[in-house]
Design a binder for this molecule. Structure first.
Ligand SMILES: Cc1ncc(COP(=O)(O)O)c(C=O)c1O
Length: 429
């Protein structure tokens, strides 16, 4: 929907919760960045082109020839049983044992987030996220009107001292936090991975303060460096609600995700899903099942990892070449994103228009904070463009940043210290 209203004639009609829904800068941006002349470092698009179209055509044809009527029919709300078995195997591949009956299939992990908001958050409830955090999760949660406590991260993930302080404060006020939401691997947007030690510490705090943990793990299998850390669910199945998705290891357009959780929670998830959409597409679930049961999906993920590692390297090299003396950035060991911190006097959302004029796009950092923060930061995506395009994109971006720096110098604003990235202890120096 591209038409924007200055005065909404239906303003009186909306429920209060619509006022807390953020307009997504990413969504608005994607409309512009789809222009072919713009190098978009903005989206979170996986590189779907790496899939073999012949494989997908063959699988779609098989589904329609062998299972025509039921693939076009409604299906069970909890998901297509054979696919649930395949998803349990995907979780096994991540070192996270899971039974098919512990899973409800959702319309992408995004639906899982929306359902979690719906079943857990009353207006005024307290929940905890990382700062920054995934904008889609913040939007889903905010529409249920919680207070979000955004806990900063260092190179090892959420700062557990700060987390303890917040949990203690809330407990003392008699308003304990409902859940802690975390993206432990190659976090969107920061690219940071929570260390194993931190995972244990976070779970200990969750137990001490009787708080649920929502583990959102779209990128766990996309590690191209370092050794995997255990999933939070594998460390404590009793209080972790796990969200998985096929979007980043197969195809986002299939819209298949899942929730794995303790059974009482799963029952509520099922009820919420039923009223949201009755079931996930029977057709795409069958294609996905055949793909994971019969094709070399692990080989495909390996190929994606190689492509993404090369692209990450190209982006980091370009950042060093063009912005090395101005910016700081994270060095993700997997996933799709690098988080860049510029000097404090640069506001990336104000800089965006100049960047689009220079034919490059990024996502301003402030969109990843529930209330405020990240104004001098931006998220850059490296999965979707090839190395040469990334190089050119960062070059264009650096010209825009340098112009901001010159302006700040001219106006005497350039006082803040050079930014420092969060350090990951697994990184070599
Ligand atoms: C952290 C995180 N959670 C959830 C999602 C939504 O994924 P899905 O395509 O499965 O709805 C994304 C998508 O980018 C994401 O980055």
């Amino acid at each position: 929907m591209s038409r924007k209203y200055v005065l909404d004639p239906f303003g009186e009609k909306y429920a209060h919760r619509t006022a807390s829904m953020l307009s997504s800068e990413i969504r608005d941006l994607l409309e512009v960045t789809a222009r072919p002349d713009i190098i978009s470092l903005a989206g979170g698009l996986p590189y779907t082109q790496a899939l073999d179209p012949e494989v997908l055509l063959r699988l779609a044809r098989r589904v329609l020839s062998e299972d025509f009527a039921s693939s076009l029919q409604y299906g069970p709300t909890d998901g297509y049983a054979p696919l649930k078995r395949s998803l349990a195997e995907v979780m096994h591949a991540e070192g996270s044992p899971c039974l098919p009956e512990d899973i409800v299939i959702t319309h992408g992990a995004q639906q899982g987030l929306e359902i979690i908001g719906k079943i857990f958050i009353n207006p005024g409830d307290h929940i905890i996220t990382e700062a920054p955090s995934y904008v889609g999760a913040l939007n889903s949660f905010l529409s249920y009107q919680p207070h979000i406590h955004a806990i900063p991260m260092d190179g090892e993930g959420m700062d557990v001292e700060r987390l303890r302080a917040v949990l203690e404060g809330l407990a003392a006020a008699g308003e304990p936090a409902k859940f802690i939401y975390t993206i432990p691997n190659f976090q969107n947007p920061a690219g940071i991975t929570m260390s194993t030690e931190r995972r244990f510490a976070l779970l200990e705090l969750a137990e001490e303060f009787d708080c649920l943990v929502v583990e959102d793990n779209p990128y766990g299998l996309l590690r191209f460096e370092g050794s995997p850390c255990p999933t939070l669910r594998s460390l404590d199945e009793s209080r972790v609600v796990y969200l998985g998705t096929l979007s980043k290891i197969f195809a986002a357009g299939m819209r298949i995700g899942w929730v794995a959780a303790p059974h009482p929670i799963l029952e509520k998830v099922l009820l919420a899903k039923q009223s949201a959409d009755l079931c996930t597409s029977s057709f795409t679930q069958r294609i996905a099942h055949l793909y994971f049961a019969e094709e070399d999906w692990i080989g495909q993920v390996k190929q994606l990892r190689e492509i993404y590692r090369e692209r990450r390297d190209a982006m980091l090299e370009a950042l060093q070449e063009f912005l090395g003396d101005i910016a700081a950035w994270t060095r993700p060991q997997g996933g799709l994103f690098v988080w860049v911190t510029l000097p404090e006097y640069i506001h990336t959302s104000e800089m965006l228009a100049s960047a689009i004029e220079a034919k490059v796009a990024f996502v301003p950092g402030s969109g990843f904070f529930p209330y405020r923060g990240g104004e001098n930061c931006m998220r850059l995506n490296f999965s979707y463009s090839d190395a040469d395009t990334l190089w050119e994109g960062i070059k264009r971006l650096s010209r825009v940043v340098k112009r901001e720096v010159s302006l700040a110098r001219a106006f005497g604003l350039e006082k803040s210290p050079a930014p420092r990235p969060p350090r990951d202890p697994q990184e070599e120096d």
